[in-house]
Ligand binder design. Structure first.
Ligand code: IPT
Length: 986
């Protein structure tokens, strides 16, 4: 059998013209299940005659279809972002081209009609030849697109033999260089569909909405004899080509009103769901139903840690529910049309969708785009074919508001021709493609990873290109969510709100594409590029999502939900200000609940009466009657769903804000007065015992500790390791990971201990003069650390604070501060002020590639206790940040997978003044200037106390003074805290 079709740049052949994806009352049969499977190293090595009935496949293995063979024990997954994993010689592919033969023998179910039938493949990666009962049907290409073959004449009641030969590489691979795992096989549904004579071949629903008249216009495009009925609208048997005007409720992502109907003939009935909406570009704005929309979007790949892109339906639903619950309102289907079921969910639950064609030729960028298919006429038909199959399949989804030609394929005539075809075929949706930088053939200006300053320029229409200046702008990718980050999301939102035509963006990306594996001890972890022995790969660049591979939300998703909350709640002169940031709906679906906390303890709660606030408007309502507070009094107002929405239950929190009502009490009076006592090699001060030679605290109460010392290091994040001049590289060059502590003086005074040190890296001349100033009373030990840089510090600092270690038994954690999740200077909107309890283990964020994580901000106090209740308490003056881990920063730095982190004997604490921000330098801008941490003169004061069992009952008693104290750093949920600088007393 010749395999020359594999390298043909033309589209596949033998299939039927593309049409809308739909199911009907016609019979159908899923062919999903266990198939026979055999993998050969090349097309030539593949067995002869697999299409024949008599072919003996009894020696073959089996494979679950849909599925990828690499995830079922045949061959291995491989990850590259940009590079092709084979020599670039288009359209030729390696002769070592793994070829998977699939065979299925099936009977027709009883009563299967003797009528035409179609065999549909929803996705085969990358190219397949298909035979039924010995007859060749054709060749598929376009992995994430459907192919249908007419098979009615070939079917028999029993023992039909379907044979599919799938090649890992084909000419199509050149067009499918998306940043994801290379995974092959029949990975989406295979269905046999009876096609009744006189049935519905294809149809197009037009459901426009005129926001001025409030009328919808409904019409059908279909073959003669096909009718549309929508009983709810009184539409009965509407023939094609006869528009009707009707009073309707429009569809939007916020109010996804669908009308149920039927497209039908005498022979077939197709259930349809109609959403009325009109997308236009007007006055440089993209509007739906007359209103500017703001995309608070994500890029979504289809991925599952065990099934790859063969994503079971429940995970598509899980994605949509998680998105809706985290205030995501838009999805770009990067970088291919998703399984059609996902779009049904977007229609149902309400998400704006950019539906993107299965196209990316990024690897040609490495060749300066020489030979790029986008401008090579040999590939013209393939480009058009892919876009046609995208648009025809998905044209009836109200959720789709833009078509996208593909991703990272540079520019060229084939893209321009594809855009022209698309616009003509469907004038009702604008065309998107980021690679058309001059905007010659697209309808919106799209960029990826533009930094804040550039978005600001675009917002100001400061652009020499007149065409670009006139278009709506969106960021098809931004806020690269790799590892710990993104930082700077809030500042993007501010730009989207400042400039009407800056219509939001799509975070890169939704999900970490980790693959589940187990280590020798049987512990599960997630693998990334290089873990399968790939020769070339891009490591953990595939781990860059807002949710972890198992779909647990990462802290970044909480941040997204808070930053893009559609209602904003804050303080006003009148009391509480409620601002509606929805594009369309009012606030009547929400209930406003408040709680009042005194030093983090709830003392009152109620419901706030809020009259309806319309989209784009604000209203002030008076504060509820609040009781007095003996400590820090904080009012929290939450906007929660009043009723079930289908994507969340009543009570789900959509938005929240905090208002500081009563300032914090004065700090605990300084612990002073206890005398310094000397004892063989030790100095004793209050509850503390110090090494007399080094001045380091070695015990607190009865607990052995490794006392606090200056520490600047953090295990670099992916963002620290990103950019051309990575921060992490500069930090390492500056030796910040191996500082030495030279003790200059241990100065024991009558009732104080002063330890003077110089902390500096080996081989370099700069350092940090660090003075530890200890005092105590009977129970508490107070430390003031004064820092002063000496010499020229060459780079920013990862952190500025102390590290210490306490017994491993102190695994319970409680604090009053920001929480419950991790927070960093430029990613801390999701953290609210409150009292939180957790465990050391639960404070860790299990980033697939281990790195700095778990920082809790603005702690007023922190307690670490054992199950028995003994432990330590640390108080800030006024606040500090902390992490608590069962391993050191160095261990975290050295780890490559989560299973490399092995709990040790101690709990390691970082107690910080500040950390450097996160930024998004792994792909995009670094840390904004205001969140960068520099060496500077500073001081940090903390009070340490041992907790004994009877002592535990004595806390927290803090006398309250009449004088109020202004805290550094605001605690309001709506205004930004002053970031890394907030905890400084410089
Ligand atoms: C951009 C790609 O479009 C996307 O698929 C992904 O690879 C992302 O980068 C990084 O994770 S392209 C890049 C040149 C900005």
């Amino acid at each position: 059998m010749s395999s020359s079709y594999v390298e043909d740049p033309a589209p596949g052949h033998g299939s039927l013209p593309p049409r809308a994806a739909f199911s009907s009352d016609a019979r159908s049969m899923s062919l999903a299940g266990t198939w026979r499977f055999n993998l050969s190293p090349s097309p030539e090595a593949a067995p002869e005659g697999i299409a024949r009935d008599a072919f003996d496949d009894s020696t073959w293995g089996t494979l679950t279809v849909p599925g990828h063979w690499q995830l079922q024990g045949h061959g291995k997954p491989a990850y590259t972002n940009v590079h092709y994993p084979f020599p670039v010689q288009p359209p030729l592919v390696p002769s070592d081209n793994p070829t998977g033969d699939h065979r299925l023998t099936f009977d027709l179910p009883a009563g299967w009609p003797d009528e035409p039938a179609v065999l549909r493949f929803d996705g085969v990666d990358s190219c397949a030849k298909v035979w039924l009962n010995g007859e060749e049907l054709g060749v598929t290409r376009g992995s994430r697109l459907p192919s249908e073959f007419a098979v009615g004449h070939l079917l028999r009641p029993r023992a039909n033999v379907l044979a599919v030969r799938v090649h890992q590489w084909s000419s199509g691979s050149y067009l499918e260089d998306q940043d994801m795992w290379w995974l092959s096989g029949i990975f989406r549904e295979v269905t046999l569909l009876s096609r009744p004579v006189g049935g519905v071949e294809d149809y197009r629903l037009h459901a426009d909405y005129d926001h001025v008249s409030g009328l919808g216009t409904l019409s059908l495009t279909a073959a003669e004899g096909v009718l549309l009925s929508v009983p709810e609208l009184g539409v009965e048997d509407l023939p094609a080509g006869r528009p009707v005007e009707l009073a309707v409720e429009p569809w939007s992502a916020e109010s996804p009103r669908l009308y149920h109907g039927e497209v039908h003939t005498a022979a077939e009935r197709v259930p349809v769901r109609i959403g009325f909406r009109t997308v236009v570009i007007e006055d440089g704005l993209l509007k739906v139903n007359g209103r500017r929309v703001l995309f608070r979007g994500v890029n979504r790949h289809e991925h599952h840690p065990r099934f790859g892109r063969a994503l079971p339906r429940e995970f598509a639903l899980a994605d949509v529910l998680l998105m809706k619950r985290h205030n995501v309102n838009a999805v770009r289907t990067s970088h291919y049309p998703p399984d059609p079921y996902f779009l049904q969910l977007c229609d149902t639950h309400g998400l704006w969708v950019i539906d993107e064609c299965d196209l990316e030729t990024h690897g040609f960028g490495d060749l300066g785009w020489a030979g790029n298919p986008s401008d090579d006429p040999r590939w013209g038909e393939a480009y058009l074919d892919r876009m046609r199959r995208t648009v025809e399949r998905d044209k009836n989804h109200p959720s789709i508001v833009l078509w996208s030609l593909g991703n990272e394929a540079h520019t060229g005539r084939n893209l321009a021709a594809t855009a022209a075809w698309t616009r003509e075929r469907d004038p009702s949706r604008p065309v998107h493609y980021e690679g058309d930088f001059e905007c010659e053939y697209v309808d919106v200006y799209s960029r990826m990873y533009a930094d804040h300053a550039e978005v600001d320029r675009i917002g100001r229409r400061d652009d020499p290109n007149e065409r670009r200046r006139s278009l709506p702008f969106l960021l098809c990718e931004f806020a690269h969510a790799m590892g710990n980050g993104p930082g700077g999301l809030l500042e993007y939102r501010e730009l989207f709100e400042r400039y009407p035509h800056a219509q939001g963006g799509f975070v890169w990306e939704w999900l970490d594409h980790g693959l589940a594996r187990r280590d020798a001890a049987g512990r599960e972890y997630f693998a990334y590029g290089g873990d399968f022995g790939e020769q070339i790969h891009d490591g953990n660049f595939v781990i860059d999502g807002l949710v972890h591979p198992d779909r647990t939300p990462s802290p970044a998703l909480a941040e997204f939900a808070k930053v893009f909350e559609p209602v904003r709640i804050g303080a006003s002169a009148e009391g509480v200000r409620i601002s509606n940031h929805y594009d369309v709906v009012g606030s009547s679906h929400l209930v406003f609940r408040w709680t009042f906390e005194d030093d983090g303890v709830e003392v009152a709660a109620g419901e706030l009466a809020v009259p309806e606030v319309h989209s784009g408007q604000s209203r002030d309502v008076p504060l509820p009657r609040l009781p007095g507070a003996s400590g820090e009094g904080v009012l929290t107002v939450r906007a929660v769903l009043a009723a079930d929405t289908g994507w969340a239950s009543p009570g789900h929190v959509v938005a929240w804000g905090q208002l500081p009502v009563t300032p914090a009490a004065d700090p605990v009076p300084a612990a002073v007065g206890a005398p310094l006592l000397r004892e063989r090699g030790l100095l004793r001060l209050g509850p503390g015992a110090f090494d007399a030679a080094t001045g380091r605290l070695v015990a607190l109460g009865g607990h052995r500790v490794e006392g606090p010392r200056l520490d600047l290091w953090r295990a670099p994040t992916d963002n620290d390791r990103g950019s051309d001049d990575p921060e992490a590289t500069q930090w390492r060059a500056a030796g910040l990971h191996r500082l030495q502590h030279r003790v200059a003086e241990v100065d024991g005074q009558a009732s104080a201990l002063v330890v003077r040190t110089r902390v500096a890296p080996p081989g370099l001349g700069f350092g940090m003069l660090t003075e530890y100033h200890w005092t105590a009373d009977g129970d508490r030990l107070r430390l003031r650390v004064d820092l002063e840089p000496a010499g020229e510090w060459p780079c920013t600092l990862p952190r500025l604070g102390l590290r210490m270690a306490v017994p491993g038994g102190f695994g319970g954690v409680e604090w009053f501060g920001a929480g419950p999740g991790e927070a960093y200077a430029d990613s801390r909107q999701a953290a609210r002020t409150g009292r939180f309890s957790s465990t050391v283990d639960a404070l860790q964020t299990p980033y697939v590639y281990p790195q700095e994580n778990g920082n809790r901000a603005d702690a007023r106090w922190l307690r670490l206790t054992s199950a028995g209740g003994a432990g330590i308490r640390i108080e800030g003056e006024p606040v500090f940040d902390f992490t608590a881990r069962r391993w050191t920063s160095e261990d975290l730095d050295a780890a490559r997978h989560t299973v490399d982190l092995v709990p040790g004997e101690l709990v390691h604490l970082n107690l910080d003044l500040a950390q450097h921000g996160l930024g998004t330098a792994s792909c995009g801008p670094g840390v904004l200037p205001r969140y960068r941490l520099h060496a500077q003169k500073a001081s940090l004061t903390l009070t340490f106390s041992p907790i004994t069992l009877e002592g535990a009952a004595r806390w927290p008693v803090r006398p309250r003074s009449a004088s109020s104290r202004t805290r550094t750093g605001t605690v309001s949920g709506t205004s930004r805290s002053s970031g890394s600088a907030c905890a400084w007393s410089a």
